[in-house]
Design a protein around this ligand. Structure first.
Ligand code: SF4
Length: 72
């Protein structure tokens, strides 16, 4: 499974970092989301899917290894 983010949709809430801190980070300059990794380990799937579902900006998309889900 892979994850991508759309920084243009990010509203800097930080919820993704709370749900999956190994995968998501926030830019020190503007607090917009940054990815620490794009290819996920199986044990990260659930947390990243939850992060996508809860993202208020609908900025996170996960694909591959099962049904694709997007926050959009
Ligand atoms: S949860 Fe969504 S809106 Fe909030 S920082 Fe992460 S990507 Fe941005």
């Amino acid at each position: 499974m892979q994850v991508s983010v759309d920084r243009d949709r990010c509203c800097s809430s930080g919820m993704c970092v709370s749900n999956a801190p190994a995968v998501f980070d926030q830019d020190d300059r503007d607090s917009l989301v940054m990815l620490r990794q794009t290819v996920l380990l199986p044990e990260q799937f659930a947390d990243v899917r939850l992060a996508a579902e809860l993202c208020p900006g609908r900025a996170i998309t996960v694909t591959g290894d099962g049904p694709a889900r997007t926050g959009a």
